[in-house]
Design a protein around this ligand. Structure first.
Ligand code: NI
Length: 218
């Protein structure tokens, strides 16, 4: 059985035909873990998981949304995480490529959510874009010891650090792109039992479907 460990089924790209996409996932006999990006989409993800037995959820505030997080966001996430179908806190992390939220705010919101995950005994789903050192430092500071480096784009050497910390990796559709040197190297050299499958849909559509909307059945 295939498990897509990182999808965004809440995304507006699915608004027109979400039920059909979900039926296709059911027909494919797979499981999907859908991740929130803020409080609202986290709540939506939990609702989807309640409605569909093959859907599981993660709740969290993405670094892009960190600057807009409401004051009580940790309380909200904690409440949502009580649902037994919530598997992790995510997607959380740092994004210095787009830097939609100030770095200082991203770091604060990231650490707070790592600490929340630790207190709830849940793993984390990490987004790290061009913020490798700070991501590693903050994870170490938090004491968290279980998680997934989603759409992993770091080096194999950095991956060894994460393996020591108890982390797993997913590479996503980027692995099919011609110029994706690091993901291909990671796939070749990381232990197979540390690699999970993800789409990050609707983003990162793999070849030969690139340019179209991605979905878990890819
Ligand atoms: Ni994602």
């Amino acid at each position: 059985m295939f498990v897509d460990v990182h999808a965004h089924l809440d995304d507006k790209a699915f608004d027109g035909d979400r039920e059909q996409v979900l039926e296709n996932i059911r027909a494919a006999g797979m499981l999907v873990v859908t991740a929130g990006s803020d409080v609202e989409t986290s709540r939506f993800s939990v609702e989807l998981a309640r409605k569909y037995d093959f859907v599981y959820a993660c709740v969290g505030v993405h670094p892009h949304e960190a600057g807009k997080a409401p004051k009580d966001y940790l309380e909200e996430l904690k409440e949502l995480a009580k649902d037994p179908k919530v598997l992790a806190i995510g997607e959380i992390g740092l994004d210095y490529y787009y830097e939609f939220s100030e770095r200082r705010i991203q770091q604060k919101v990231f650490l707070e959510q790592l600490e929340l995950a630790e207190s709830l005994n849940l793993p984390v789903i990490i987004h790290d874009r061009e913020a490798h050192q700070d991501t590693l430092d903050i994870i170490k500071k938090s004491g968290i010891s279980r998680g997934l480096m989603h759409c992993y784009s770091g080096s194999v050497e950095l991956a060894q650090e994460y393996i020591k910390l108890g982390f797993y990796f997913s590479l996503g559709g980027a692995i099919t792109f011609k110029n994706a040197k690091k993901p291909k190297e990671s796939a070749a050299r990381l232990p197979l039992e540390r690699i999970l499958l993800e789409t990050d849909c609707p983003y990162l559509t793999p070849e030969p479907f690139r340019g179209r909307r991605n979905d878990p059945t890819n």
